[in-house]
Unconditional design. Structure first.
Length: 259
């Protein structure tokens, strides 16, 4: 247990990670980064995991990025490499979890905070959310993978514009760009994210994992290879018990409506 990063694992297979530094706008110091990496590794090894929700404590910030008060003590390029390797690897592992990861964005998600949000599969933002890829204001590029994720999410020209302009985007703009999936009433992002996670937890787990895997294949593999992978995951699911039960329910309903 780390006071700066709370982890809850519910009996339905839903896990909740909460960045717990509201007094620092949920900025990530090195201790919290390491705790995040450790918790993600533990979740990756959990065969009963169904969905993950990631959020920030309090009502003001999801995550304001790296804690510059602490990180300013490490000015060397080698220090920077160590830090971005730690967080870059952690967010890549988060992205590669076999189950959906949902960001409940409650307030500000700036700089590195926007990188954390973008590493999640789904993003639910409350109407007070402000997200900005503001690394340029600190004379930096993204370091935790957001450049590549942003490119894949909004396209080259828009990604370049967002990075060079350092614009802080409000919830309606985030929704129109596809940077968030849904905008909800202020203070309710976590509730909506948990409801989504609990719904996912009721679905056949092998099908959920296969669905995420085939879409991830489309992002990381050549088109023909991704198509082959999609064909490979389908037949075992066709012959599996959840599909057979679903077909049986469908046929029974058809018989009832025909009589």
């Amino acid at each position: 247990m780390n006071d700066k990063l709370r982890f809850q694992r519910h009996t339905d297979g839903v896990a909740v990670l909460t960045i717990n530094r509201p007094e620092a706008h949920n900025a990530l110091d090195l201790e919290t980064m390491r705790a995040l990496a450790d918790n993600i590794a533990q979740m990756a090894a959990d065969p009963d995991l169904r969905a993950v929700v990631l959020t920030g404590a309090g009502e003001q910030s999801f995550c304001s990025g790296g804690d510059l008060v602490e990180l300013s003590r490490y000015p060397a390029a080698e220090d920077a490499l160590n830090m971005i390797t730690l967080m870059g690897d952690a967010l890549l592992a988060l992205e590669r979890l076999p189950v959906p990861v949902i960001a409940a964005i409650n307030g500000y998600a700036l700089g590195g905070g926007s990188e954390v949000a973008l590493a999640c599969d789904l993003r639910i933002a409350d109407e007070k959310t402000r997200m900005g890829f503001v690394q340029m204001r600190m004379a930096l590029t993204p370091g935790w993978g957001a450049g590549q994720r942003l490119l894949r999410t909004v396209g080259y020209a828009r990604a370049l514009d967002l990075l060079l302009s350092s614009h802080i985007l409000h919830a309606p703009d985030l929704l129109s760009m596809g940077l968030v999936n849904r905008v909800v009433e202020a203070g309710t992002a976590l509730t909506h994210a948990l409801n989504t996670a609990r719904h996912i937890a009721t679905l056949p787990p092998d099908v959920v994992r296969a669905t995420k895997a085939l879409l991830q294949a489309g992002l990381t593999r050549p088109y023909d290879e991704a198509l082959r992978f999609e064909r490979e995951v389908f037949p075992p699911l066709w012959a599996d018990e959840p599909h057979l039960r679903a077909v049986e329910r469908f046929l029974n309903r058809s018989k009832e409506t025909s009589t």
